[in-house]
Design a protein around this ligand. Structure first.
Ligand code: COA
Length: 260
């Protein structure tokens, strides 16, 4: 699918969404928000798409919300944009499939907030990540103050938020926010996505939900949800078949060993 500001293509079982306003460093316009939300919904509906990888065209992930559009907006339009863009971050977390952000160049403001809403981040060694809204006299509006503090810890988040400085991929990897650093950023992200996509969809969906619960809810609620999930998966044909396959393989090895 090609629209004005994003492209969506398939790489095997992985859906690849590309932010495509490279001359504006993929700054997020109102039209782009609608296209991204629709693309995530399509990925949810498409059972053959088992994971989602996000990247930007032209060597940058995304330099945040479209500041030029901000300059034209009334207070009401600005609020509408914040609410509208908020659907992206929620939709990425609710998508019952792994989401990986493949970051080259800048991932700033809403771009970093999108990456923080993904399950994993793969970054180029030269990538720059940050929430520079303070330089505009603003605060992040897409969950950045909340997700960054939870993922990075409040003190390190405070430093990035209050200085507005850009962090390197290595700094973010040292803090655990970036999973992997790779020259071939997209290749590494796609390989990781494919590795995940091979596993049963139900187990992956539950793992994503439970992983989010681990940092978004209390321990008790998370442990209850985990127990319910493992018991429900035990009953699925897929789960039972794989357990029987494991036992059959073990018995076969013993039988073959006896004969030898
Ligand atoms: N909104 C709108 N346009 C943006 C943009 C944004 N968030 N970020 C970059 N652009 C545009 C620039 O205005 C420029 O367009 P122009 O050629 O029409 O002037 C083009 O993208 C290239 O950016 P430029 O600033 O010339 O590149 P640079 O390499 O000198 O600097 C950045 C790169 C990322 C440091 C700088 O563009 C920047 O600070 N962007 C804003 C980041 C930000 O504050 N994001 C949070 C928004 S709430």
């Amino acid at each position: 699918m090609t629209t004005s500001s994003i492209t969506v293509e398939r790489r095997g079982t992985v859906a690849l969404l590309t932010f495509a306003r490279p001359d504006q460093l993929n700054a997020m316009s109102g039209a782009m928000v609608e296209e991204i939300v629709a693309a995530i919904a399509n990925t949810e509906r498409d059972d053959t798409a088992r994971a989602l990888v996000l990247r930007g065209a032209g060597g940058n992930f995304m330099a945040g919300a479209d500041i030029k559009a901000y300059a034209q907006q009334s207070a009401e339009a600005f609020r509408d944009f914040q609410e509208s863009a908020g659907r992206i971050y929620g939709a990425l977390e609710s998508l019952a499939k792994p989401v990986i952000a493949a970051i080259e160049g800048y991932a700033l403001g809403g771009g970093f907030e999108i990456a923080l809403s993904a399950d994993l981040i793969v970054a180029h060694p030269d990538a720059k990540l940050g929430l520079p809204e303070v330089k505009l006299g603003l605060v992040p509006g897409g969950g950045g103050t909340q997700r960054l503090a939870r993922k990075l810890g409040p003190n390190r988040a405070a430093e990035l938020l209050m200085t507005g400085r850009f962090a390197s991929a290595q700094e973010m990897a040292n803090c655990g926010v970036v999973n992997r650093i790779a020259e071939d950023t997209l290749g590494e992200a796609l390989a990781l996505a494919e590795q995940m996509a091979r596993h049963p969809a139900g187990a992956l969906a539950d793992l994503k939900r439970l992983n989010l619960a681990a940092w978004q809810t209390g321990l008790g609620a998370g442990l209850d949800a985990e127990r319910d999930a493992v018991c429900a998966l035990f009953l699925t044909g897929d789960g039972m078949q794989r357990i029987r396959d494991f036992v059959a393989r073990s018995e076969r090895k013993k039988t073959e060993g006896t004969k030898a």
